[in-house]
Design a protein around this ligand. Structure first.
Ligand SMILES: Cc1cc2nc3c(=O)[nH]c(=O)nc-3n(C[C@H](O)[C@H](O)[C@H](O)COP(=O)(O)OP(=O)(O)OC[C@H]3O[C@@H](n4cnc5c(N)ncnc54)[C@H](O)[C@@H]3O)c2cc1C
Length: 344
C-alpha cells in the first residue's frame, strides 16, 4: 500500500489549494516544496475576483487593497480608465498569500515537507514516497512537466516594488494601470499595495534582454525613479498551446506546471485555483475507485479554458500587432463589459 493517497509537488496557490481540498475530503496528502515558506514569487499579486471565487478559503487576512478601477494606456501617451461596480482584483503579496494558503492546507491535515526538491515523478509516487495519485504543481520551472508533451509558448516578466513615498500621485493607489504597445508580446503594469506600488513589464522571452530597459522606460513615463525600485526580480510565464498534455495516468498537472496562465492578462492564479479544484475532484474519484486515471480532468479543464484562451490569444495578437487599433476597440463599452464579466 502506498504511504499517501496523494503527493502534491509544489506549494504555490495551485498546489496548496489542491492539497487543502484533498485533505478536507479526508485523504492523506504529502506536499513537497523545494522552498521554505514564507517564500516570494515574482508576481503582481492581483487576485482577480474570478480567482478568489475559485479559492477554497477566503484570503481577506492577506489582502492589502481592493481595486475596481482599471486604466488602460497605449505607448505611454494615451489612456482612459473604467470602474466596475464590484471589485476586480484583491491585491496581495505572494510571500503572504502563499504562506497563508499553505498554512490552511496544513491545518486541514496536509503533511508539509519544505526545503525538499522533487526529482523523480512517477505514477506511483515521488522519489522515495509512494502515493495513489500525484499532482504536479511545481510551477513554470518545475520537474513534473518534463514528463509530458507540454507544448507551450513562454513569456518572461520583470518587476519591482516602489515605496508609496516615491509615487506621490494618489491615483496609483486605487487602480490597476496597464500600458500596452510598449513591450512585444506583453505590457507594463502598475499595481497598488499597502505601502508600495508593484511596477513590472512582461513580454515574449525574446524580449528578456530588453526588460530592464522597458522597466526603466515605464518608470520614466510615470515620473518614478527607477533606482528607487526594490526587490527587482523576473520569472517565466508559461502559456500552454492547444492540445498540450495536462495529465498522464494518475499524474495531473495544475497551474503554471500545466502552462495555464492567461496569455492576454498574464494572470495565472485563477487558472491555478480552477485546475487545482478540478484535479482534486478527479483525484477523489480515482481514490474512490470510480475512475482509473485523470483523462476526464484533461477533458474538463481544456473545455473550461478553451473559450477564454481563444479570446485571450486573439486579443493578445491584436494588441501586439495593431496596438493603436486595439486600443480604440478597448475603449468601447463592449470590450469593458467583456473585461468586467471575464475577470471580475
Ligand atoms: C512577473 C509576474 C507577474 C504576475 N502577476 C500575476 C498577477 O498579478 N495575478 C495573477 O493571477 N497571476 C500573476 N502571475 C502568474 C502567477 O504568478 C502564476 O500563474 C502562479 O504563481 C501559478 O501558481 P502555481 O502554484 O502554479 O505555481 P508557483 O506559484 O510558481 O508555485 C510553484 C511551487 O513549486 C515549487 N517547486 C518548483 N520546483 C519544485 C520541485 N522540483 N520540487 C518541489 N517543489 C518545487 C516552487 O518552490 C513553488 O513554491 C504573474 C507571473 C509573473 C511571472
Amino acid at each position: 500500500m502506498p504511504a499517501y493517497d496523494a503527493i502534491v509537488v509544489g506549494g504555490g496557490p495551485a498546489g496548496s489549494t489542491c492539497a487543502y481540498r484533498l485533505a478536507t475530503a479526508g485523504k492523506s496528502v504529502l506536499l513537497l516544496d523545494r522552498a521554505r515558506f514564507p517564500r516570494d514569487k515574482a508576481c503582481g499579486g492581483a487576485v482577480t475576483a474570478r480567482a478568489l471565487r475559485e479559492m477554497p478559503v477566503g484570503i481577506e487576512q492577506v489582502v492589502e487593497t481592493t481595486v475596481s478601477r482599471f486604466e488602460l494606456r497605449a505607448r505611454h501617451r494615451h489612456g482612459f480608465s473604467r470602474a466596475a461596480s464590484s471589485p476586480l482584483a484583491y491585491m496581495t503579496q505572494r510571500h503572504r498569500l502563499d504562506a497563508y494558503l499553505l498554512g490552511r492546507a496544513v491545518e486541514a491535515g496536509v503533511e508539509l515537507r519544505e526545503g525538499t526538491a522533487a526529482t523523480e515523478i512517477r505514477q506511483d509516487g515521488v522519489d522515495d514516497d509512494g502515493a495513489r495519485v500525484v499532482i504536479g504543481a511545481d510551477g513554470a520551472n518545475g520537474v513534473s512537466r518534463r514528463l509530458f508533451d507540454t507544448k507551450r509558448r513562454n513569456a518572461v516578466a520583470l518587476e519591482g516594488n516602489l515605496p508609496h513615498s516615491e509615487a506621490p500621485d494618489e491615483r496609483y493607489s486605487e487602480r490597476l494601470v496597464l500600458e500596452f504597445g510598449t513591450v512585444p508580446g506583453g505590457y507594463g503594469w502598475i499595481f497598488p499595495k499597502a505601502d508600495h506600488l508593484n511596477v513590472g513589464v512582461g513580454g515574449w522571452t525574446s524580449e528578456g534582454p530588453n526588460l530592464r530597459d522597458h522597466l526603466a522606460r515605464l518608470c520614466e513615463a510615470h515620473g518614478f525613479d527607477r533606482d528607487a525600485l526594490t526587490d527587482v526580480r523576473g520569472h517565466l510565464l508559461p502559456f500552454r498551446k492547444r492540445g498540450a498534455a495536462l495529465a498522464a495516468g494518475r499524474i495531473a498537472l495544475v497551474g503554471d506546471a500545466a502552462g495555464l496562465a492567461d496569455p492576454l492578462s498574464g494572470d495565472g492564479m485563477y487558472e491555478a485555483a480552477l485546475s487545482a479544484r478540478l484535479a482534486a475532484e478527479h483525484a477523489l474519484r480515482i481514490l474512490a475507485g470510480e475512475l482509473d486515471c485523470f483523462t476526464g480532468y484533461t477533458r474538463e479543464l481544456a473545455a473550461r479554458l478553451a473559450p477564454l484562451m481563444r479570446v485571450s490569444w486573439g486579443a493578445k495578437f491584436a494588441f501586439d500587432r495593431l496596438p493603436m487599433l486595439s486600443f480604440t476597440v478597448a475603449r468601447t463599452p463592449q470590450f469593458w463589459k467583456y473585461v468586467a464579466q471575464t475577470y471580475g
